[in-house]
Design a binder for this molecule. Structure first.
Ligand code: PLP
Length: 373
C-alpha cells in the first residue's frame, strides 16, 4: 500500500501512543474531582494545557480540549454566535473552508445570520479588497483557514488580522488544522483557533480550540459548571497529554520534516506537470504537504478508484465529504466546474519515502497511458 492521504489522518507517533497508555494506567481520578486522585489528574491536565499554551503562544486558560477540529470549529462558530446574537448577525468567510466550518455557518444562516463568502484570487487567497468592502459595524466574525485542506494554499491570516483591527467588535476565527505542525502558526491577534493533533502524530479523538480568555462562547455541550465549562464532561486526560506530546514532537522536528516533504513535493510536481492532460490545481503559494491535481475529463472519484485498485490511497475533496459534488475550493480557484469535478488530492508527510513517490509515479503512468491515447 502507498499511503498518500496524510492530510486526512496521520499515524500516531509511537512516543505519543506510549504516553497515552502510561497516562491511562497511572491516573484513575476524574480531573474535576476534589479528592487526591482527582487533584493529581487535574494537575496533569493543567500541565498538558500549559504545554500546549506555551508551544502556541497562548495562556493555559485559553486551551479547550475537544474531540477533533470539527468540534473545535463548531464550538468556536456556534458558540460565538450564541454569545453574540445582540452584537450583529453578519459573518464573512471563504469557499476554501472545511465542511466543519462551512456547515456550521450554513446552520447559522438557517437561523437568520447573513453569511458572505469572499472571492478567491488566482493565487488561491481570498480577495482582501472585497473583505474591506464587505466588513460592517455589525460583522460579528470572520472565519478563515490558515491552510486550506484541499489545495494546501497558505492564507494571508496576518493581513486579515490587520484589516480587522479597525473592527474591534468583529472576532477572527482561524482553522489552523492543516497548518499546525507543518508551517509556523501564530495565535497572536486571533480570537479562536482550532487544530487537531491526529493530523501530525497525535491520537484520533483529540482536538484543540484556543480561545481568548476575555471571550465568551455559548457551550454546545451542556452538562456542568466545572473546570471544563466550555466543554462539559470528564476531561480526557490521556488524550490531552498525548496532544501536548504530539505537538511538542511536531514542532521540534518541524523544519526537518518540512524540508523532507518539500523535496518529495518538488519531484511529484515536476513529474506530474509533464503530462498534457494533468492540471496542477494547488497554487505555488501552497504547503508542500498537499498537491491537488486534475486529469482532464476523468472524474476525481474514478481516478481515485483506479489508484485504490493498485493500493494507492489519495483523496477526493476532503475525507469528510462524499456527496460527489465538485470541489468548492478547486472551483473557486480555477473557476472551472469540470476541472473541479476531476480534482483529487495527494498529501505527504515526513513518513513518505522517495521510493513511494517513484512507485506512485509508475502506477500513475500506467493508469494515464490509456487516458492519453
Ligand atoms: N479543518 C480542516 C482544515 C481539516 O482539514 C479537517 C480535517 O480534515 C478538519 C477541520 C476536521 O478535523 P477533524 O477530523 O479532527 O474533526
Amino acid at each position: 500500500m502507498i499511503y498518500l492521504d496524510y492530510a486526512a489522518n496521520a499515524p500516531a507517533d509511537p512516543a505519543v501512543l506510549e504516553l497515552f497508555c502510561e497516562t491511562e494506567r497511572r491516573y484513575c481520578g476524574n480531573p474535576n474531582s476534589r479528592h487526591p486522585a482527582g487533584l493529581e489528574a487535574g494537575k496533569a491536565m493543567e500541565k498538558a494545557a500549559e504545554g500546549i499554551a506555551a508551544l502556541m503562544g497562548a495562556e493555559p486558560g485559553e486551551v479547550i480540549f475537544t474531540s477533533g477540529a470539527t468540534e473545535a470549529n463548531n464550538l468556536a462558530i456556534l458558540g460565538m454566535a450564541g454569545a453574540r446574537r445582540k452584537t450583529g448577525k453578519h459573518i464573512i468567510t471563504t469557499p476554501l473552508e472545511h465542511a466543519s466550518v462551512s456547515a456550521s455557518l450554513r446552520c447559522l444562516q438557517k437561523q437568520g445570520w447573513e453569511i458572505d463568502q469572499l472571492s478567491i484570487l488566482p493565487d488561491g487567497t481570498p480577495d482582501r479588497e472585497e473583505l474591506r468592502r464587505l466588513l460592517r459595524r455589525d460583522t460579528a466574525m470572520v472565519a478563515v483557514c490558515t491552510v486550506d485542506s484541499e489545495l494546501g494554499t497558505i492564507e494571508p491570516v496576518d493581513e486579515i488580522r490587520t484589516i480587522l483591527k479597525e473592527y474591534p467588535d468583529c472576532r477572527l476565527h482561524v482553522d489552523a488544522t492543516q497548518a499546525v505542525g507543518r508551517i509556523p502558526v501564530s495565535f497572536d491577534g486571533i480570537d479562536t483557533m482550532s487544530f487537531a493533533p491526529h493530523k501530525f502524530g497525535g491520537l484520533n479523538g483529540s482536538g484543540v480550540l484556543l480561545k481568548r480568555k476575555f471571550l465568551t462562547l455559548e457551550p454546545i455541550l451542556h452538562g456542568g459548571d466545572s473546570t471544563t465549562v466550555w466543554r462539559s464532561g470528564t476531561p480526557a486526560l490521556a488524550l490531552a497529554a498525548s496532544a501536548e506530546c504530539a505537538l511538542r514532537l511536531a514542532l521540534d522536528k518541524r523544519q526537518e520534516r518540512y524540508d523532507s516533504v518539500k523535496k518529495m513535493h518538488d519531484t511529484l510536481r515536476a513529474a506530474l506537470s509533464r503530462y498534457d492532460c494533468v492540471r496542477i490545481n494547488s497554487p505555488e503559494n501552497s504547503v508542500p504537504h498537499i498537491l491537488n491535481l486534475s486529469v482532464r475529463d476523468v472524474k476525481g472519484t474514478v481516478f481515485q478508484r483506479k489508484l485504490a485498485e493498485r493500493g494507492v490511497c489519495v483523496s477526493v475533496k476532503s475525507a469528510c465529504s462524499s456527496d460527489g459534488a465538485p470541489s468548492a475550493a478547486v472551483l473557486a480557484v480555477s473557476g472551472d466546474a469540470r476541472n473541479a469535478l476531476s480534482s483529487w488530492r495527494i498529501s505527504l508527510s515526513h513518513l513518505t519515502t522517495p521510493e513511494e513517490i517513484d512507485a506512485f509515479l509508475n502506477i500513475f503512468d500506467s493508469i494515464i497511458q490509456p487516458v492519453q491515447a
